[in-house]
Design a protein around this ligand. Structure first.
Ligand code: ISE
Length: 341
């Protein structure tokens, strides 16, 4: 029988998860769509002939005909709904970030440990992206030597909402880089310093962060939420004897008027199309087997991203370098070395 999955949140990511589940995930069934706005939930449900929509997310977890849940509602709902999932023992794929508060992430971690098994897979989908996986492989196979530095660029066309702030560049956008750089480098951070350029037109200006790992590697992260020209994510990992850059998929080159043009996507969904599919496939396997997918991010990774985000926001506010101090990783989430595996 198919695994019956409910999607909570019918915005840009909820709609995308609904599409993947309904059209691209053999063995899964889109059971219902839930959104605070019934119309929005219905608009997504109708696309896939799903009859039922709900407006109360807590009610989703009480349903006997829902086997697993995808949480894609606004950031502040992620932790409370993850707690509901753990309480009702429903496996959940929760969009990033788990929370912008590390204290709230610890509540989720405590609840999960208390429950005795993992229920939560976190949606840091870049861990399933082929280009980051190959970058990670260049370290594990020794081809570029020991990692020294990693440069990251994260550019959006424009901020998703008018109340998006510079701090959110760090707590909403940069968590992707906080997580994927930990994943690629297989280490943790010791400190962060954040800077912001000045814009005169009132929109959120680019934020630049320099992070130091506990092994004295340096990581730069530029987040430019109003880059205007396209969705553009780049990274280069520099080792002692070589370097690796991400290469985003290019599907065509247009030659015209003495020039050659390739296109940018408007947002992340196409760039990470395959990564989202692999991630959701891994989640389905997790639901079926109860075995947490190798390489996927968990509640602990969500906590680490939140601690780094808090330190980054503090650094930007106070104009100084801020140390990053993580709690001891509970054994429940595996041995530390597995991060690099
Ligand atoms: C958004 O929430 C995402 O997760 C996107 O990947 C990122 O590019 C964007 O900046 C975030 O707001």
């Amino acid at each position: 029988m198919s695994i019956r999955i409910a999607v909570i949140g019918a915005g840009i990511m909820g709609a995308d998860h609904a599409r993947i589940i309904a059209d691209d995930l053999p063995g899964a069934k889109l059971q219902l769509v839930c959104d605070a706005s019934r119309e929005r939930a219905k608009a997504v449900a109708d696309l896939y002939d799903v009859k039922e929509v709900l407006t109360d997310p807590e009610a989703v977890f009480m349903r006997g005909d829902v086997d697993a849940v995808v949480i894609a509602s606004p950031d502040t709902t992620h932790a409370p709904l993850s707690l509901a999932a753990i309480r009702t023992q429903k496996p959940v794929l929760c969009e990033k970030p788990l929370s912008q508060s590390s204290a709230q992430c610890l509540e989720v971690i405590d609840a999960e440990i208390e429950s005795g098994r993992q229920f939560l897979q976190l949606g840091f989908m870049r861990r399933f992206d082929q280009s980051y996986l190959e970058m990670k492989e260049s370290l594990s196979d020794g081809s570029i030597g020991r990692a020294l530095m990693m440069h990251n660029f994260h550019r959006n066309v424009e901020t998703p909402a008018s109340d998006f702030t510079a701090a959110m560049a760090i707590t909403n956008s940069a968590p992707h880089e906080f997580d994927v750089t930990r994943f690629v480098l297989g280490t943790e951070y010791a400190a962060i310093t954040a800077f912001q350029a000045r814009r005169t037109d009132g929109v959120v200006a680019p934020v630049m962060m320099v992070l130091e790992t506990i092994e004295s590697q340096l990581v730069s992260i530029e987040v430019n939420n109003n880059a205007a020209y396209g969705y553009d994510v780049r990274a280069e990992l520099i080792g002692e004897i070589g370097s690796v850059s991400l290469a985003a998929p290019i599907h065509s080159r247009r030659n015209t008027s003495l020039s050659q043009v390739t296109r940018y996507d408007a947002d992340w969904r196409l760039r990470y199309y395959e990564a989202y599919r692999r991630q959701n496939k891994a989640f389905l396997k997790f639901v079926n087997t109860g075995v947490f997918p190798a390489g996927a991010s968990n509640a602990w990774d969500g906590y680490c991203a939140a601690v780094i985000g808090e330190a980054g926001a503090k650094s930007l506010r106070e104009g100084k370098r801020v140390e990053i101090k993580l709690a001891e990783m509970p054994e429940f989430y595996g041995k530390k070395k597995e991060l690099a595996a």
